[in-house]
Every structure is written in C-alpha cells, then in structure tokens.
Design a binder for this molecule. Sequence first.
Ligand code: XMP
Length: 503
Amino acid sequence: MVLDLGGRLTQHIARRIREKGVYSEVLPCAAAPEEIKSRGAGAVIICGGPEYVKDDTIKLLDPGLFEEIPVLAMGYGIIPAVNFSGGKIANLNGDKGGEVKTEVYPEKHPGLWGGSFSSFKIPWMGDYSIEYLPPGWNSAAKTETGTVAAAVSAGNRWWLLGFIPPEPVLDNVLEHFLFEVSGLQGGWTPASLVEQSVTEIRNTVGDKAGAVCGLSGGIDSAVSALLVHRAIGSRLTCIFVDHGLLREGEAEQVIKTFREDFALNLITVDASKEFLELLKGVKDPEEKRKVIGNHFIRVFEREAVKLENVKYLVQGTIYPDIIESMSPSGKVVKSHHNVGGLPDSMNLSLLEPVKELFKDEVRQAGKALKLPEEMINRHPFPGPGLAVRVLREINEEKLEIARRANAVVEEEVKKEGLYYHLWQAFAVLPDMRSVGVKGESRTYDYPIIFRAVTSQDAMTAAWYPFSHDFLDRLARRLVEEVPQVNRVAYDITSKPPATIEWE
Ligand code: XMP
C-alpha cells in the first residue's frame, strides 16, 4: 500500500512495485491502519515531497501504522515515522520545506543498498534533520555533514530514507523491502486483473441487463469495451461519435477494428457537420473545448436513449484518474469523468473495468486482448482533437491541411524510428499566412508548426533535438505534399513554460 503524502512520486512508486510483480494500490495518507490491513496490505510505503509539510498533511498519518506491517518511509515521509517512534526531527529553518542537494553515504545493510553502491548526490530535505533516532534504531546512511540520512528500526522492519534514492538504488531498495523485509512474493501481472475484472463485470451486470460504451479511438475506452464485451457479449452496445476532428484514418480504424475484427455492436454517428456548424465563429480555445465536450455528450445521449434495456455506462477511467481525484487527506478534489460523461436522465450505473490499471498496464491488457498495435501505441490525442491544433477559428479546409500535415509528421517520425520514443509529435496550423515563392510565382500560404516532445506523464515535457537532416527532410515534404503550406517552423520550447498543445 503506497500512502500518498502529496509527493510527486507516489504514482511512480506504485507502478514500480507492480512492475516487480507485486500488486500495489495508492491510498491517501489519512487512511486508517484498519483499512490498510483489511485490503490485505503486506507492506506500506510512505512517499512524500516537501509540499505536504506546509499544509499539515503530516498530522493525518496514523501512528498505529508503525505497529505491525513493515513500513518504508521515503522523502519527507520519514518525519512522522521518526516522531511516532520516539525519535526527534529538528526543523532548522521553520516550515519551509526546501530541498538541497547533498552527497549521501550508505552504511552497512548491503541488502538494502545493493552492496556495491558508493555515495550518490540527491535532493535532501534541507530544512530538517534527524536530531536523534528512536531507541534501538540504527543509522543506515549519512549525509556529507554527518547527519543521519537513512535509518532502520531494531528488527529491520521499518526503514526511513530522508530522500527518494536515484536509480538504480531505488530499484534495490524496493526489492529488498518488498521481498526480504516484508516477505512478499512476486508473480502478479496486469493480466490477473483483466480476468478478475471480467468476472466482476459479469457478476455486477447479471445475465439480463445491457451496457453502453462511448468509443473514442483511445486505448482506455477500447480496452474497457473489450473487457465488458468478454463479460456480457452482445448485451454491450458501443457508440462511436465521429466529431470530424480526428487524425487521418482514425475513424476508419475504430470502425474496422470493433465492428469487423471484434464483432461488437457498434453504432457510428458521423456528426462532423454538426460540430463544424457549432464551432463557426468560435475562436477561444476553452470555448471550443466547451462546445465540443457538451455537444459530444448530447450526441452520445441522443443515440444511447434509443437503446433498450441498458442499465450500465462503460467508462475508460484509469488508475491515475482515481489517484488524482483524491487529495492526501482523502477528499475528492477533482471529478474524473471522461468524455461521454454520465447521461443523468438515463439513470445508468458506472462500469469502469480499467480503473485499477496504470496506462502502461492498460496497453498490456490491450495487447493481451489483441487490439491492433497502432491503436495500442498511438500517441495521446486531445478529446477536442484537431480543433485545438488548428488555431482560433476552424473550418473544413484548415482541418484537412492540419490532418494531412499531421499524417506526414507521423510518417517521418516513424521512419526515423522515434515515434515510440516521443510522447507526442504533431502539426499545428496557425491562424496566419506568410509570403513564399514557388517556381516563378509568389505564394501567400500557411505555415505548419511542428511540435515534438518527450515526456513521462505530460506534466512536464522537453522539446526533442532532431538532427538538421531530419528537420530539413520533414520541412521539404510538408511544403511539397500539403497544399497551401509554404513554410515550416519547429517549436523549441519545453513545458513549462509552454504547454504541449498550442491551444
Ligand atoms: P498540455 O497542452 O496541457 O497537454 O501540455 C497535456 C496533455 O494533455 C493533452 N490534452 C488534452 N487531452 N482533452 C484531452 O483529452 C483536452 O482538452 C486536452 N488538452 C490537452 C495533450 O495532448 C497532452 O498530452
């Protein structure tokens, strides 16, 4: 059980544990020890960044945690652990929660540190230090100034690391804690959740009721639909609303995959004209999103109410949506409804078959379910689609230019062998023209802005340093093959300060 103290790394740690074949869940740090035990936790990891110290989240942690189950506290998570166990943390500069880089020197415990690790430099909670350890505890690492940086309880059940170790130390720490200290067994795979989820859906829905699912072309809704289809077969109906803002070939692929390959009941709605009409004159990005989101639900509902015997709505909610919708104190801070939100009037119950899976696990499930490779690993694409990549007001002609340009970008990036390395790579069509020359004549056409970034989670992103040769090749192709394009620019800003999308 990973307890979330508000640190950025909570999700990462939970995912890493699963990769080691141990099922893990995230709970707010205010979770009661009884709840943690009742969920069958064999080990607890507390993970916290400097953020949580400021808002007293620390006080929510229950001292009862340090009585039975082995605990590994990392980062700022060690402060309550030391205090609860009879030691003392000194706050050097008031509650600032600042981090400083220090050299950390591991001591003894080769099992934890992997034996061969020498010292490493790491951000350390500079404003705090362990004044004295709880009785019977030992230091397991020191900083360059001799302060205790990691400690272990008598009997080696509780481990405190005043920092999040760098790779590959983190890997070793997790393995040692999970398998040696806590005695857990590996062997769990996302596939076991898939089987479990099919059985659960079958039990929940029973043998009469039907379900409806909005397919978007994205992996989350695709895997959800396939799981529910496995559970209840033809009592599932999928609705695919084509808003006309998708990438080249995307709508055709959704229809072919689900109707032909998987034989799902699929209703397709070509609503592109309606969306274009509604977006006429709309220039503001947020306004575009609102118009598209609202109308999407309306079209979905319009089709869904025609179905008989439907009692369930299938949604592709994934685990990060759930984690991000709870605060460390356990309060819901953000609702996590995906596109195609709950039509209230229909009184449907939710089925969220992948809500316990991380994105890469949904991909693995998709693979196991034999979804086509292009669908599993296609770059993320915003719900409002090309409407936020054609800047300001959209029209059919501009959408076509953006769609064509995007297809060329995807093709070239794939040829270069970089598609899977990049988080996203796409074309943006700005609302302006510039002068160019083609043959003997002057042109007055659009530029394409090429955007490509690497990222772990879209929270931050780095622009990708392509070779000049690649950029040259791409620019030539775009200008030659996409009508009305006479110039190409490459966006060399990272996130922050820019965002990944332009609108
Ligand atoms: P930004 O532009 O905020 O994007 O750096 C972060 C990630 O989110 C995607 N994105 C969206 N996804 N609806 C979506 O479903 C949206 O309105 C939307 N806006 C941005 C974006 O593609 C990137 O992966």
